[in-house]
Design a protein. Structure first.
Length: 303
């Protein structure tokens, strides 16, 4: 396994941290015309499985450097908890953010409910090795605090993004959140990460909602109608709820990508690949599988 030097990460963040407060008010959340997207669900401190997933998707080489070209990599949150190596996963993603940009690609790290919990001080699922990677409880707390390298990085993230006609987020959108704009959602999440309240903790909010994952196809099809109309999309990609595989629901209106890759769950190293409009399940050690997903014009834009 390659090793990573956080000092380089600190330098990168030092150059960009001054823009964090401005990003919290307004940050790009929409991209169009992207030919290839790789979306990875919950990592939960399992750096080894994360590496296998990135290698299988041809995002990195054996030395963990970006080879994805103009690919957009989306990680839908929950890097933290249950496993010991969230710091390694974050260091890798910070490095790949820089390398991808140089190649015309992009790395999108989204906020999950376990990021929200950790920043709020709810450490009930923290693996002992995760704290040891920082030294001790005090150093861990400082690193993820508002002034810490990792805390600044996480607090500057989006929670919901749109690429082409696909919406990506961690949990789901219920109640009033189903018709909120991306600006409203992301600003609400970032505010909530700073205050420990509001949208970031709401069970109907983007980080915690599970009804889209738990509902049957008929229920899901109804629930997504206002979301599709608001955002002009026809697919939603979610992490948060582990199913052991990439699972399309309601004909692919919702695609669940938390495969439970962490050893805590025992799932495979796997991800979703969207390439030229087609959807694939990609698992380490296996051929890429095309998914039976219906495609079409974004809902709400039909003539």
């Amino acid at each position: 396994m390659p090793s990573y030097i956080p000092t380089a990460v600190v330098l990168v963040l030092a150059l960009t941290s001054g823009a964090i407060s401005a990003q919290q008010k307004s940050k790009q959340h929409t991209w169009n015309g992207i030919a290839r997207i790789v979306a990875i669900g919950d990592v939960h401190g399992d750096h080894g499985q994360f590496l296998k997933t990135l290698l299988a998707a041809k995002i990195i080489d054996k030395d963990a450097h970006w080879i994805g070209g103009k690919t957009h990599l989306v990680q839908t949150g929950d890097l933290f908890d249950r496993g010991p190596d969230s710091r390694k996963a974050m260091d890798l993603l910070m490095k790949l953010e820089v390398e991808a940009k140089k190649s015309g690609g992009h790395v999108h790290c989204l906020v999950g409910n376990h990021e929200e919990m950790i920043l709020r001080g709810d450490w009930r699922y923290v693996h002992p090795g995760e704290v040891q990677a920082f030294g001790d409880n005090a150093k861990y707390s400082a690193a993820i605090g508002p002034g810490g390298v990792y805390g600044k990085w996480i607090r500057g993230h989006n929670g919901v993004i749109k690429i082409n006609n696909v919406l990506f987020l961690h949990g789901g959108l219920g109640g009033p959140y189903a018709t909120m704009s991306l600006d409203q959602l992301n600003e609400g999440i970032r505010k909530g990460l700073n205050t420990g309240t509001g949208m970031a903790r709401d069970s109907n909010g983007p980080l915690w909602h599970r009804a889209l994952a738990k509902g049957d196809d008929a229920s899901v099809s109804e629930q997504v109608k206002p979301i599709f109309k608001t955002h002009s999309v026809n697919h939603i990609v979610l992490g948060h709820t582990p199913f052991g595989r990439i699972l399309p629901k309601a004909g692919g209106k919702v695609i669940l990508i938390d495969v439970g890759m962490s050893k805590a769950y025992g799932g495979p190293a796997g991800c979703l690949v969207i390439e030229k409009g087609a959807f694939y399940a990609n698992y380490a050690g296996h051929p890429q599988q095309k998914l039976p997903i219906e495609t079409g014009v974004p809902a709400g834009t039909e003539k």
